[in-house]
Ligand binder design. Structure first.
Ligand code: ADP
Ligand code: ZN
Length: 751
């Protein structure tokens, strides 16, 4: 029963982020413990602020301690492991305590400040969440007049089978307006029911026995001892596309559950969760929980509580799911482990890999990374024995990897085809259509025309707030900025010189239109951020594609990953060239991975697959290695380049970003930080360090905010992190006139 506590307070800036000591009233002493959420008076005026108890019986820093306002019930308390993760994040990512707290408990699991009934006392109040939803049931027949609409008839027919929730009815295309109207007519009755905690309740349990192929069995056997003992281990499952990595996961999870332990399965994108859930639920039943950011607050909270209350054996989710309050973890799987989405781009700037490694260590679990194109760092670690390497070299069912043809688009133009779809691709699509097969086309740019350029001064039409080109969207007849969302009527003349603007470039909307012209009978599905904005749209569209309601799917990188459709036998890659020249040391790795992934969607079942890559740079070595799907050769080339240029895994990389409204001040802030860092580093001449910059960000301005960065090649160890931390503290103390904000993003050398 602590008399004083050390509290991490919300909204503390980095410089003032420490544990503040508070006194605990006698009647609160039973409730307070490490990890409790509390409400505290803070600063002048003693305004109420949220906090979390991170120390008990803390040393009072002054004689006059303030008392806690209120303490949340124990159910809102952080588990000991999550508490340790808060400290881990603070140490590794330079965030504040409370930023770390917010990462480990989702919004909604938290309490918020409120005022008690007396109108004065600050208290904690549970965030209101809607735990109920509307349910409709049939109570009368449809009146004969006026004539019932088709939707009304459909609603009545559906409800003839028993009551249904609004959500279920909306899924069948019946709107709330139709239902409410039937209620006023006395046909239906509406009541509130508790929301089902089971988000995917309609998935039938199949529990078919899994029979692994010989190669899959060998992989499983190699991993099993690491799963079965209590020590932490890590392994990399490197398996070509379609080799059945998921089946190996399922077997390992089954074994993990048999041992009475839990499993955490990470996927890189929300769009890939439904498929994974489908497989896990049909195999293992109901005790599967989901965590990702597209769930609404109530769903997210219900799922979180289900995990906390020991109601889940398996958790599936995207990056933040790594913080699930799952206990006794035996297995953590990170699928498509090379994906950049596993790194957080806002505070705390963590990578799911490093948190996973930490949790595996705490739980004595097996951390299994899986990919057809592992990140260079992960493969290097496996090659050097720091991680166990397990391979799957063959596709399930014995199909070879797809045959890939590279088409030179310059030659295409010279031969008189001005279109963005080459004759070879056109021909292949036509043959595929005739054979009743499906086609996936990757075009990594959404919109209609991707830029507008002046015919006279060659100036490109840019966003007024961002240094990026505006993109024309035909349906809305607007030009849009994909960074800040600004939009305007498409201008016809150049804002700089008044010359004529020419709209060019090929986005997914235009591709959809071209395909409709070339293949008038084909059913074309466009998949991009615009076409999948509605809730569940993504899932529904994919289900319809699987159901053969479409022949061709054209889309951005969301069509490249994880999809498993048996009748897709052709893949086309359009306009990948810009990515080949992208900045950043991972550019080649990303292109290689993207192409290999999308090509790997072809020919996964009975029929062999084929793919065409269109490019203006047909001799490009990365493209050619991707076409050959030769990861090993790509890795050899890439690792040599990393070594020569001194990039991870041969060093750690720390990027310190500066942002602010005035360019000159941002530049000055960056320079000042660099100088302070230099002073601090001079005290430790043996610390390996190479500072590059400051330089303007690769996109100089986003949403009227200028960006500069400092790139440091370093060794990511405690000494280096202490150096950055002390520099940050000094920088924050200095109170420069500029308002630039600082963000530190540290890539370790190990992952
Ligand atoms: P990967 O993730 O390695 O690309 P998947 O795990 O999606 O591959 O497997 C590819 C396809 O082959 C899936 O449709 C999967 O169900 C099937 N498959 C793989 N291995 C087996 C197996 N042992 N038994 C039955 N089906 C399998
Ligand atoms: Zn913009």
């Amino acid at each position: 029963m602590p008399k004083t506590v050390g509290v991490a307070v919300s909204n503390a800036t980095f410089h003032f982020d420490k544990l503040y000591t508070y006194a605990v009233m006698p009647d609160q002493q039973n409730a307070v413990k490490l990890g409790s959420m509390v409400l505290v008076p803070f600063g002048r005026g003693s305004r109420a602020r949220m906090g979390v108890v991170l120390a008990c019986d803390a040393e009072p820093e002054s004689a006059k301690l303030k008392y806690l306002f209120d303490v949340a019930p124990a159910s809102a308390c952080l588990t000991p492991e999550l508490l340790r993760l808060v400290h881990f994040l603070k140490e590794r990512t330079f965030c504040t305590y409370y930023e770390a707290v917010k990462a480990v408990i989702p919004y909604g699991a938290q309490y918020k400040p409120a005022v008690a009934a007396d109108g004065v006392t600050p208290v904690l109040q549970k965030q209101l969440t809607r735990h109920t939803e509307n349910s409709y049931r049939l109570v009368g027949g449809l009146p004969p007049k006026p004539k019932p609409t088709a939707k009304q008839l459909a609603a009545v027919a559906l409800l003839g089978g028993g009551p249904r929730t609004l959500n279920e009815l909306e899924d069948k295309g019946i709107s709330r307006a139709v239902l409410d109207n039937l209620c006023t007519k006395g046909v239906l009755e509406c009541s509130k029911v508790n929301k089902s905690i089971d988000l995917y309740s309609s998935i039938p349990l199949k529990n078919e026995p899994i029979t692994l192929t010989q190669e899959q069995q060998a992989a499983y056997d190699a991993l099993l001892p690491k799963l079965e003992d209590d020590a932490p281990h890590s392994a990399l499952l490197y398996g070509v596309t379609g080799s059945g990595k998921t089946l190996v996961f399922l077997k390992l999870i089954a074994r993990c559950l048999e041992q009475g332990r839990r499993a955490l399965v990470m996927v890189p994108e929300i769009s890939l969760t439904p498929q994974m859930i489908l497989r896990l639920k049909s195999q293992f039943g109901r005790r599967v929980a989901v965590q990702h950011s597209a769930l609404n607050h109530t769903e997210r909270l219900l799922q979180w509580q289900m995990i906390q209350d020991d109601g889940a054996d398996i958790v599936v989710g995207t990056r933040s799911a790594i913080f699930s309050p799952l206990e006794n973890i035996g297995l953590i799987i990170i699928d498509e482990e090379q994906e950049h989405t596993y790194r957080s781009e806002s505070a705390p700037r963590y990578s799911a890999h490093e948190v996973a490694r930490q949790r595996a260590a705490e739980n004595g679990a097996l951390l299994l990374l899986a990919s057809a194109t592992p990140s260079t760092e992960s493969f290097y670690a496996a090659q050097h024995g720091r991680t166990q390497l397990v391979r799957l070299t063959q596709r399930y069912g014995g199909n070879p990897l797809p045959t890939v043809q590279i088409v030179d688009m310059r030659a295409e133009l010279a031969a008189g085809n001005p279109r963005e779809i080459s004759l070879a691709l056109e021909d292949a699509i036509r043959r595929n259509l005739d054979a009743g097969k499906q086609t996936i086309l990757l075009l990594n740019r959404r919109g209609y025309q991707t830029m507008a350029q002046c015919e006279d001064c060659r100036e490109v039409l840019k966003c007024t707030k961002c240094s990026v080109p505006m993109v024309y969207h035909k349906a809305a007849h607007k030009v849009l900025c994909h960074y800040c969302g600004s939009q305007m009527e498409p201008p016809t003349v150049c804002p700089a010189c008044g010359g004529k603007l020419q709209y060019r470039g090929f986005g997914t909307q235009k591709a959809e239109e071209e395909l409709a012209k070339l293949f008038p009978d084909a059913r074309v599905l466009r998949m991009d951020q615009d076409s999948t904005a509605a809730k569940d749209a993504h899932e529904k569209l994919l289900a319809r594609f699987a159901n053969h309601e479409y022949d061709i799917m054209v889309g951005t990188q969301m069509v490249a990953k994880g999809l498993d459709f048996e009748d897709v036998t052709l893949v086309g890659v359009l306009g990948i060239d810009s990515l080949l020249f992208a900045q950043g040391f991972r550019a080649y790795e990303n292109v290689f991975s993207l192409i290999t992934q999308v090509v790997g969607r072809s020919g996964r079942a009975r029929d062999p697959g084929f793919a065409i890559i269109q490019t203006t740079d047909p001799d490009n070595p990365v493209l050619n290695l991707a076409a050959a799907q030769d990861y090993d050769a790509f890795f050899e080339q890439e690792i040599a380049y990393r070594k020569l240029g001194l990039y991870p895994p041969f060093c750690g990389l720390c990027v310190i970003g500066f942002a602010g409204a005035k360019e000159i001040e941002v530049a000055r802030a960056a320079a000042r930080f660099a100088a302070l860092l230099g002073q601090q580093a001079a005290k430790q001449p043996d610390l390996p360090l190479r500072v590059l910059g400051p330089t303007p960000g690769s996109i100089e301005k986003i949403n009227d905010t200028y960006r500069y960065k400092l790139t440091i090649k370093c060794r990511n160890d405690r000494r280096f992190r202490d150096l950055v931390r002390s520099t940050l503290e000094r920088y924050e103390q200095e109170k420069l006139p500029s308002k630039a904000t600082v963000a530190v993003d540290l890539h370790s050398d190990g992952d």
